[in-house]
Design a protein around this ligand. Structure first.
Ligand code: NAD
Ligand code: UFG
Length: 328
């Protein structure tokens, strides 16, 4: 079975590539290194070398077509895209052009080459301020940023394509908060510059590269006042993709990939300190604009239909995140 993985040198993509190769899939990985390093490839090869890599921009239709014409591709997993909420507010066109156009081009080429299996990286951000736990059938509420809109639009496009073409099988995966790294410590989340997301920030504070964690608000309506999220180990998320690919069936199927458990920022800091035996200095600052108080998944659909459930706990997530961070 040969799968095409876009964005396969990125954080979630690289971990999913390992999980897929471990299950015997051979891969064609596309990435343009806009948010990843070529050194990821060397480390991926140490884990499993059953892949071919192309340095290609997925919005370049000609280049994508060349790959499809060279290889017999059974299905596509589409991770490539930009993901900074903050940047998307400042540069909305960059996000719409890359995230929405790449999805349209890939689907168009898939249809031309009769590739009918497609897995798409969406985000819990599409739920907006719905009531927790978020369920797949909820009406999507407007997100507060262009990044979220690119995910909602891409979902819509995939639904329309599947409606028009009964042979098309799509799995839309809505990720909650992926953290942690592969147990080997060879691949992980390698953010450029100062991280926006909490786990890489905590890791850099632990490493001494950043002074202290800024906790964005302790006046939310949550048990300790800090924001609550559904953190999921990136290897559980990766295995969720394998399950989703194996269960692809005609039409569009949407799944939340999370743990179903909410953890506050303070609880996460405590877990990191416990897992790694170190202190993480922090201060409470103003709320971050656009943040919601609580976000966690109802994960019963993925469990029932995909037979998949997250297995790793918060301590595993913190330990593996630190193992990777301390190795780079
Ligand atoms: P990432 O930035 O680490 O990985 C994305 C990869 O895609 C990078 O390697 C980048 O170089 C590549 N890329 C971007 N645009 C490209 C293009 N036009 N052509 C070829 N390659 C391109 O991000 P990630 O955290 O691994 O996220 C993967 C996907 O999951 C993204 O679509 C993201 O929006 C989505 N997602 C991420 C999170 C999260 O918290 N990390 C949450 C929900 C959804
Ligand atoms: N936080 C801090 N300090 C920081 C960073 C974050 O206190 O330095 C807090 C946030 O306020 C929030 C929690 O930690 O309560 C998690 O924040 P992240 O930035 O790590 O993650 P978000 O939940 O804001 O967003 C992430 C991705 C989005 C995705 C969303 C899906 O960045 O792309 O999860 O749930 F859409």
């Amino acid at each position: 079975m040969k799968l095409l993985v876009t964005g396969g040198t990125g954080y979630i993509g690289s971990h999913t590539c390992v999980a897929l190769m471990d299950q015997g899939y051979s891969l064609i990985i596309l990435d343009n290194f806009s948010n990843s390093k070529s050194s990821v490839l060397e480390n991926l090869r140490k884990l499993n070398d059953n892949f071919i890599f192309y340095n290609i921009d997925v919005t370049d239709k000609k280049a994508v077509e060349q790959v499809f014409s060279k290889h017999e591709i059974d299905g596509v997993i589409h991770f490539a895209g930009y993901k900074s909420v903050e940047e998307s507010v400042v540069e909305p066109l960059k996000y719409y052009l890359n995230n929405v156009v790449s999805t349209m081009i890939l689907v168009k080429v898939c249809k031309k080459y009769n590739v009918n299996k497609f897995v798409f990286s969406s985000s819990a951000t599409v739920y907006g301020e719905n009531k927790v736990p978020f369920k797949e059938e909820m009406e999507l509420l407007p997100t507060t940023n262009p990044y979220g809109e690119t995910k909602a639009m891409s979902e819509r496009i995939l639904m329309d394509v599947a409606k028009a073409d009964p042979n098309f099988s799509v799995s839309i995966l809505r990720y909650f908060n992926p953290v942690g790294a592969h147990e080997s410590g060879l691949i992980g989340e390698n953010t450029k510059g100062i991280p926006n997301n909490i786990m890489p920030y905590i890791s850099k504070v632990a490493k001494g590269e950043l002074d202290k964690l800024k906790i964005y608000g302790n006046d939310y309506p949550t048990p300790d006042g800090t924001g609550v999220r559904d953190y999921i180990h990136v290897m559980d998320l990766a295995e969720g993709h394998v399950a989703a690919y194996k269960h692809l069936s005609k039409g569009v199927h949407i799944y939340n990939l999370g743990t179903g458990k909410g953890t506050s920022v303070l609880e996460l800091v405590q877990a990191f300190e416990k897992a790694n035996g170190m202190k993480v200095p922090y201060e409470i600052v103003e709320r971050r604009p656009g943040d919601i108080a609580v976000c966690y998944a109802d994960v019963s659909k993925a469990e029932k239909e995909l037979g998949w459930k997250a297995k790793r706990n918060l301590i595993d997530m913190c330990r593996d995140a630190w193992r990777f961070e301390s190795s780079i």
